[in-house]
Write a protein that binds this ligand. Structure first.
Ligand code: NAD
Length: 360
């Protein structure tokens, strides 16, 4: 066994019902005196409660999905004008993403309080969008210094969004099994992430106002992001990255729809990963496990329901081709990408794609 794994420096607390006290403690630990709170208007009340005990100099509410550069620049200017010394972000991946954009140029420390299962808080990956192109990069400055997980903050996340967001986390796990820098630690984290998500998500859907399912999902989401941050973006993330940036598709739903198609495409060529995923689901195969979960939680099924036009499939396949990881378990042609995208656009049975691929 020969590999190198980098563990990212970050304090992680699971404090159900106690986010305000935990945020106060983290800001004190960072000696913060001038806190900039980043939270969208929709999460303003939540953020107000969570940051009630810290010295706030600015509440910044302009949060836009995929972090447009212009919005990032306005947030950076606001942080500088108010001489902020700590950023506290309360919200989903879009909100964390904006805090990261500010940290990227200012070096300000972030305390992240996630309210979805996106997992951005546990990665050193930033993303910015300009003229329909999403650019991402990795920088230690954007890794939040601390994460405050409080599952009670996710109780208000509607069930459909919770399902999509949790399947986004599941996609981090599955893709981490074969992503460019994957290692045995990533695979162990991803396996436990799949187990937690597969147990927690049906419980969440059955009883959305209870904490038990949501806590499991939040735990799984954290593990998924740690694995993803270390393993890097595999084929699944490369596809979703282009779709999100170029066609402004909703992030979580896009991941939720595309995942079974990438799994069907790669599984036979990655037997060890397939076995691990199946084992984590407690299913006969990775496909069966994912399919069963998707059925149980009424998962999003087709990209055409989420804003992708049929006419864009060809261009999207071309745009993705150049970024396919060289070590993907099986080679990927333009035709393969067209098939994957068309099947995901229609919501076709993923296994028909596997068969089509064999005929290629
Ligand atoms: P989001 O942050 O855009 O939130 C989706 C919606 O949910 C918004 O309308 C928001 O107001 C609402 N919401 C959030 N929390 C809520 C709550 N508790 N109750 C009710 N409503 C709530 O979506 P997301 O899926 O969390 O994040 C997507 C973004 O995160 C994308 O831009 C993606 O690229 C980024 N992301 C980055 C990384 C990374 O490592 N850098 C990882 C995952 C996602």
């Amino acid at each position: 066994m020969r590999f190198q794994h980098e563990t990212l420096p970050q304090r992680v607390g699971f404090t159900p019902g106690d986010a305000a006290a935990a945020v106060e403690a983290e800001v004190k630990r960072l000696r913060g005196r001038r806190v900039m709170v980043i939270a969208s208007t929709a999460e303003a009340d939540l953020a107000g409660r969570v940051t009630a005990d810290v010295p706030v100099v600015l509440r910044h509410e302009e949060v836009v999905m995929h972090v447009p550069v212009a919005a990032a620049e306005r947030a950076r200017a606001a942080a500088a004008t108010h001489e902020a010394d700590v950023l506290v972000c309360v919200g989903g991946g879009s909100t964390t993403g904006l805090a990261k954009a500010v940290a990227l140029t200012s070096g300000l420390p972030i305390v992240a309080v996630p309210t979805t299962y996106a997992g951005s808080e546990a990665t050193s990956v930033w993303g910015l969008t300009e003229r329909a192109r999403k650019t991402t990069g990795t920088d230690p400055r954007v890794l939040p210094r601390a994460i405050v997980y409080d599952a009670t903050l996710t109780l208000s996340l509607p069930v459909a969004m919770s399902v999509a967001s949790a399947l986004n986390a599941l996609a981090h796990c599955v893709d981490s099994m074969w992503a460019p820098r994957t290692d045995p630690i990533d695979q162990a984290l991803a396996g436990e992430g799949i187990r937690a998500l597969a147990a927690g998500l049906p419980a969440l859907v059955a009883e959305p106002t209870a904490l038990a399912g949501r806590e499991q999902v939040l735990y799984g989401a954290y593990l998924s992001a740690v694995a993803f941050s270390s393993a890097g973006s595999g084929l699944h993330h490369k596809i979703c990255h282009v779709l999100g940036g170029a066609y402004n598709l909703p992030h979580a739903q896009t991941h939720a729809v595309v995942l079974p198609y990438v799994l069907a495409f790669n599984a036979a060529a990655a037997p060890e990963a397939e076995h691990r995923i199946a084992e984590a689901f407690g299913a006969a195969s990775a496909h069966d496990g994912l399919n069963r979960l998707r059925g149980a939680v009424n998962a999003p099924r087709a990209l055409r329901d989420h804003g992708l036009a049929e006419a864009d499939i060809d261009d999207a396949a071309h745009a993705i081709l150049g970024s396919v990881p060289a070590n993907n378990p099986r080679p990927v042609t333009l035709l393969d990408l067209r098939r994957i995208l068309r099947a995901a656009w229609q919501g076709a049975d993923p296994l028909t794609l596997e068969k089509d691929g064999e005929e290629n």
